[in-house]
Design a protein around this ligand. Structure first.
Ligand code: GDP
Ligand code: GDP
Length: 455
């Protein structure tokens, strides 16, 4: 069939992704100032992400798409901590935990000019436990004469250290060659959302919005704790909860509880945890607390969720505190900050009293159903044919791009590819997105539209 042939051709181009094929994840860990960010910049080949020498600067980027010899992988820079000496052991523990959550391999960076410190030794202990391939980088070996310094790091027990100069690029090619040999084709942990089994839900939101209260209210005494990471010594992180006649898997619940005790934890780590929970989930409930003004952090977390491509439900918690005045302002805030997620189902609830907690399951089900949707190619093209006939693309510079054909390349979330004779305006793509939503629903799922321009 034509469609099948076309799809085959597309897959060869790497255009149609299998839903489960998420690139493997590499975490870069190590003490402050050993050169982690410099190494990240070196690997992703970008200069723009400036390395800050200023103590206390929080870096807001978490992960980067990288590629070596044509193979994509995701780099997670755990370097965004504050440079305070006091909490350093706790922070190292956090890094290792993140590595355990997210990574398929770890690059452990040590400053060869300083040598192994007590903190480095404690990183080693953590890394032994998480049992992932570790690549020990002896950094700041700017020239051959310094290579002897690298050998001293054999003592850390990860074999031959890779002598590297992140600053000048020395040694990074050998490192990456070996790294790729040990990396799986696809992410085995964080990035991969297994199919089948109970649907996976992440409760997401800034500290104190009520995530643990909600989990407690939903789970009651019915909770079953399951260990997500066989073969590691981590805390159990997922809980199975019966709701609305179905079993749901609430992911990363250890993280939810831990956050309670870590109100002081940096924004940066909060966002790494959010990322890790999102990676494991199929649907995210983003909690917002109505007793406070929607904050920048709320909006940022929501954006992370949208970008993650997961199904989304918005939960307005602490509804029991709402009075008329606050309600008035809340509506304005929603208009201002949440207009772009008009497509997400909203549930107003109170984790404290349990009011409306039964509204969550229908919203989750709707969002997941949309997330899973596949529109048959024939139906999609019939829809687009009518749409384009009634509303052709505006003429630009004497040319009028046409849509020749469209297909849904994947679901979870739905991704569409349009074959066109020219580049479609962003406005026109938004128009198509809107009409797709009006026609096919998609409540609670982001949708993506890609383009293929045929000259
Ligand atoms: P991070 O805190 O581990 O992310 O470390 P940074 O990447 O911010 O680097 C800390 C400092 O070490 C910066 O001043 C870098 O320019 C410097 N640095 C990083 N890599 C190298 C290297 O290979 N050689 C030298 N000489 N300096 C480096
Ligand atoms: P988390 O940090 O997101 O897990 O938030 P918690 O569940 O620890 O809740 C933070 C605070 O908000 C606690 O004092 C809760 O008792 C309170 N809280 C949570 N949900 C509600 C709610 O629906 N109404 C009211 N009034 N307070 C709530």
């Amino acid at each position: 069939e034509d469609d099948a042939a076309l799809l085959a051709a597309l897959s060869e181009d790497g255009f149609v992704e299998d839903d489960d094929e998420i690139p493997p994840v590499v975490a870069i860990i190590g003490r402050p100032n050993v050169g982690k960010s410099t190494l990240v910049n070196r690997i992703i080949g970008r200069r723009e992400a400036v390395v800050e020498d200023v103590p206390g600067v929080t870096r807001d980027r978490v992960s980067y798409q990288a590629e070596w010899e044509g193979r994509p992988f995701t780099l997670v820079d755990t370097g965004g901590w504050e440079h305070d000496a006091k909490g350093i052991h706790a922070r190292v523990a956090e890094q290792a935990e993140i590595a355990a959550d997210l990574a398929d391999a770890v690059i452990f960076v040590v400053d060869a000019m300083v040598g192994a410190t007590a903190t480095d030794e404690s990183v080693v202990k953590m890394l032994r436990r998480i049992q992932k391939p570790v690549f020990l980088v002896a950094n700041k070996i700017d020239d051959f004469n310094q290579e002897a310094e690298a050998h001293a790091l054999w003592s850390l027990g990860f074999g031959q250290p890779y002598p590297v100069s992140a600053l000048h690029g020395r040694g990074t090619a050998d490192l990456l060659d070996d790294l790729l040999k040990k990396l799986p084709e696809h992410s085995a942990h964080g990035g991969l959302v297994p199919r089948g089994g109970p649907r996976r839900v992440a409760l997401i939101g800034r500290p104190n919005v009520g995530k643990s209260s909600l989990l407690n209210k939903l789970a009651g005494s019915e909770r079953v704790v399951v260990d997500n990471f066989a073969g590691t010594t981590r805390d159990p992180v997922d809980e199975l909860v019966e709701l609305g006649g179905r079993t749901w898997r609430f992911v990363d619940t250890a993280g939810i509880r831990r956050r309670q005790h870590m109100a002081h934890g940096s924004d940066y780590y909060a966002s790494l945890r959010t990322q890790s929970a999102l990676d494991k989930a199929e649907v995210a409930v983003v909690l917002l607390a109505v007793d406070e003004v929607l904050s920048e952090q709320d909006v940022r977390i929501l954006q992370m969720t949208i970008d993650s491509g997961r199904a989304l439900v918005l939960a307005f918690n602490k509804w029991d505190t709402l009075d008329d005045e606050r309600r008035y302002y809340l509506e304005r805030e929603i208009e201002r900050d949440l207009a772009h997620v008009h497509w997400a189902p909203r549930v107003n609830l109170s984790a404290k009293t349990g009011w409306h907690k039964d509204k969550l399951v229908p919203a989750l089900s709707t969002a997941l159903e949309s997330w899973d949707t596949r529109i048959p190619t024939g139906k999609l093209n019939a829809f687009l044919g009518e749409l384009v006939a009634a509303h052709p693309h505006p003429v630009r510079g004497g040319k009028q791009p046409r849509i020749l054909f469209a297909t849904q390349a994947s679901s979870r979330p739905p991704r569409f590819v349009l074959f066109t004779t020219g580049f479609l305006d962003q406005g026109y793509r938004r128009f198509i997105t809107r009409r797709l939503r009006e026609t096919f629903g998609f409540a609670g799922t982001p949708i993506e539209i890609g383009m293929r321009v045929r000259e």
